[in-house]
Every structure is written in C-alpha cells, then in structure tokens.
Design a protein around this ligand. Structure first.
Ligand code: DUC
Ligand code: ZN
Ligand code: ZN
Length: 453
C-alpha cells in the first residue's frame, strides 16, 4: 500500500519512548507507524527527530489589554508558532459585560477562523461579570470551550467566593479550570507603596509581586478546587513556593497540574535592571524571578512536579512598553515566546541534561494536549491527527528579530544561541513549514472543540 505521505527513517521521540520508524499519513491522519512504508510523497528524516506537533495551551493573540492589543494577530502568531514547530494553540475568549458566553465565543472565532494557520482552541474567561452567567457554562462547554480561565489578579480577578462558585460550575460539566494565581491585595499594596516612594522603574516590578504570595495564591486554588471537587491547572508558575504547593497537592492525589514558560526558565529578574526601555520590555506577570527560582523550575520539570511548558505569548511593541517607563505598573505585561519555546526547551533542557528528550516531548506536546482535551493531538499513533515535526537536533540558530517571525520589534531572547530547531512542520497531513520555509495559508487551521470523556 502507498500512503499519501510518508516520513522516512526518522528517530521518533514520544513522551514515553524513542525508536526508529516510518510514519504513514493518509489525508489528515496518521495511518501507520512501522518499517519500510512507501508513500506517493516521501520526506527523508534520517538523522532527525520526529515528534508530535507541539501544543501551546496558553497564548494571547490580538488580545486587548488596557489601551493596547497584543501585537501578533491570529495569522502572524500562528505562522510564527508553526515555524517554531507548534501545531496547536489555545487562546482566550473574554465576554463583554452584557454578552452571552457562546456569542462571545463565536465573535472570537470570527476573528480567528479565517486567519489561523494551525488548529486552535479557546479557553472561556470567567470574570466577575460572568459569575451572574454561570448557568451559561454548560453551553460554552458544549460549544467546545473545554477549559475556563479564572484570574486572581487585574480587573478580571475573582474573589475567593466567586472562585469557589466558578469551580463548582466548571466541575458540573467536567471542564478544566485554568488559573492565573497571584495575591492581588498584596500586589496592589506593594505597587502603591513603591510608586509613592519614587520606586518607579521596572526593577520594582518583581519586588511588588513576591514569590511567597504566588505560592499563597496557588495554595488557595488547591484548597478551593479540592473543596469544590474539581481539578485545576495553574498557569505560568514562576517560583519554588508555587511548585511546592502543586507537588504537595499531587502527592495527596489531588488533580492539580502546573505549567511554566520559557521566560521563567531562560531569564532572571536582572533583565528588569537594563537601562531605559530595555528593562521594561520583559515585564510580564507573574514576574521573571531569581536564578534560584529558575533552578527550582527546571528541577520541577525534571521530577514531574510541573508537567507542562507553555508560553503565555503576549507581545507588545517597544513603543507600547515605553509608555510605562516612569511607572512600572503601567507597562503592558507580556513577552513573545511562541516561536522559540520548543527549541529553547530542547537546548536548555535536553542538551543541558535537565530533561530527557521524552520529557521534552511530554512537556511541550503530549501532556498539554491531554490536559487541554485535544483528543487527537500530541501523540504519534494511528488515528491521531498527522500533526508532526521533523526536528534537526544539530541546527544552530541565534535568536533575534531577524531570525524570528513574531510580529514585534524585540525578543527577550536576543542573541541567545540554540542548537536544535524544527525543520519541517506538518499540520493535519499538510506540510506547512518545509526546511524552515513557511508554506502554510491563513484559514488552514481549524477550531477544535475540546471536551473531556
Ligand atoms: N500576564 C502577562 O504578563 N501578560 C498576559 C496576561 C498575564 O497574565
Ligand atoms: Zn496570566
Ligand atoms: Zn496569559
């Protein structure tokens, strides 16, 4: 039999094993994994790693935050993702004050559907205004929002009682709550105190958001979720205090998971001390922290205390960042990472001996797909979507705005050298990146309805 497409002679790396095999693709799906497969079209992967397409369950494309909109739209952001080996993302819906959740979902889909290059899902945000709309959670879930975003910071933050009610409503549909866990009362008190004392530079951003209280917020999530009888996923973990809360919950058998992001794994809070706008660029929340915290995050990925690496990709231009130069609390928060995540974790995780190649695939591809309810993604198995990446473990790249394709005039990883980069990206059987060249099209990606068994 001849398949539509065969990836030949690659070293397959999955979350659990590494072996030599060919992959036969029919239409949009993986049809066979075996030896000596033949295809109408064949791609030679000898000497390369073949992995499931990477899955990034935390991105913000064209996301309004305050006066700004994040700089990548659904086309530029998913194109950059594809060039970096990511074949699925999960972005967000934020309903308007009077808006029904499903109407808001359809509005966001109307922005994304014609632009996305890769498949995508959407988390439904439950802010304070949605507490009166919790009866709409089943409809949002049925429409494909398997997960629900809850904030403990910013204007969208929920009080503890509201968090409890949201957890209960999500539990009723067997959805997944995903939580931005910080202690907003402490943060706003420390920000006001620092600004009043003239401490206005980005140096004071991490010093207004202590790790201790990120840990405290995670502890509250664990208690509220366990009381409500739901699982929960903790977004962007930055510190050992938060890791320990998650690890402790998991030891007790609670269904709590956690992710961290490249900015917390590659950088330290010294970035905020760079002069001028340079120090403002990497402002994101929770903040990038000390070397000790970074070391703890790598250990947590290695020992399984954290399960996933996402990006929280949310870029703002340097001129937008500059608006907060004289008041760190006004700097729009977020960094670009969507293109470099997979390769950065390979270089700094696998090459440095902190993770095995299988743990790298688990953290970047398989576990996020399972966790977020992508039923056909994240694995190299017959019947799964043919979302695959041929990864050249020897290809070197110096990260910069010249080599990356994110729609923003800076990168937090400027001049960082990686060894290992995705060469070819396949999305549902179509080659959308070929030897580093983009071959995809806007609108080629699809909305994936995510539900749990
Ligand atoms: N933190 C950021 O820095 N940006 C996007 C949203 C968030 O929680
Ligand atoms: Zn967040
Ligand atoms: Zn985010």
């Amino acid at each position: 039999m001849s398949f539509d497409l065969v990836i030949k002679d690659g070293t397959l790396v999955t979350a659990t094993s590494t072996y030599q095999a060919d992959i036969g693709i029919e239409g949009e799906s993986i049809a066979a994994v075996g030896q000596n497969l033949a295809g109408d079209e064949e791609v030679d992967a000898a000497g390369k790693l073949v992995i499931p397409g990477a899955v990034d369950i935390h991105v913000h494309m064209q996301m309004p935050i305050g006066d700004f909109i994040s700089a990548d739209d659904f086309f530029t952001g998913t194109k950059a993702a594809a060039l970096g080996g990511t074949t699925s993302i999960v972005d967000f819906v934020e309903p308007g004050a009077q808006q029904n959740m499903v109407d808001a979902l359809n509005e966001r889909r109307a922005l994304a559907d014609a632009r996305v290059v890769i498949d995508y899902g959407l988390h439904m945000t439950i802010g304070p205004q949605e507490i009166a709309k919790l009866d709409q959670v089943p409809a949002a879930y049925d429409a494909g929002c398997g997960s629900f975003k809850l904030y403990m910071a910013y204007g969208l933050r929920l009080e503890d009682g509201q968090l409890l009610r949201a957890f209960e409503a999500i539990r009723e549909v067997n959805g997944l709550p995903v939580v931005h866990a910080e202690n907003w009362d402490v943060i706003s008190t420390l920000m006001a105190r620092n600004l009043a004392a003239g401490n206005i530079s980005p140096h004071w951003h991490p010093r207004s958001r202590p790790a201790l209280f990120e840990g405290e917020a995670v502890s509250r999530v664990v208690k509220l979720a366990s009381y409500a009888g739901t699982r929960a996923h903790i977004f962007h973990v930055t510190c050992d205090d938060a890791v320990q809360e998650i690890a402790d919950a998991r030891r007790r058998g609670l269904p709590i998971s956690g992710e961290t992001c490249p900015q917390y794994l590659l950088l330290t809070q010294d970035v905020y001390d760079a002069p001028g706008v340079e120090g403002a660029l990497p402002v994101c929340s929770p903040p990038i922290r000390s070397q000790e915290e970074q070391d703890a995050l790598w250990r947590a990925l290695g020992d399984g205390s954290l399960q996933v690496v996402t990006t929280d990709h949310c870029p703002f231009s340097s001129s937008e960042k500059r608006t907060g130069l004289h008041d760190f609390s006004k700097i729009p928060g977020g960094v670009p990472s969507v293109e470099s995540r997979l390769a950065a974790i390979y270089t700094f995780g696998v090459r440095r001996g902190r993770l095995t190649a299988n743990q790298w695939v688990a953290a970047c591809c398989t576990t996020p797909a399972e966790l977020a309810g992508f039923a056909r993604k994240g694995k190299i198995l017959a019947g799964y979507d043919a979302d695959l990446v041929i990864f050249d473990p020897e290809k070197g790249i110096t990260l910069s705005t010249q080599t990356l394709h994110e729609n923003v005039d800076w990168t937090p990883y400027d001049q960082i050298e990686l060894r290992g980069w995705p060469e070819t990206t396949i999305s549902r059987g179509k080659i959308i990146v070929e030897e580093g060249e983009f071959r995809g099209q806007a609108g080629q990606g699809r909305f994936v309805a995510r539900r749990f068994a």
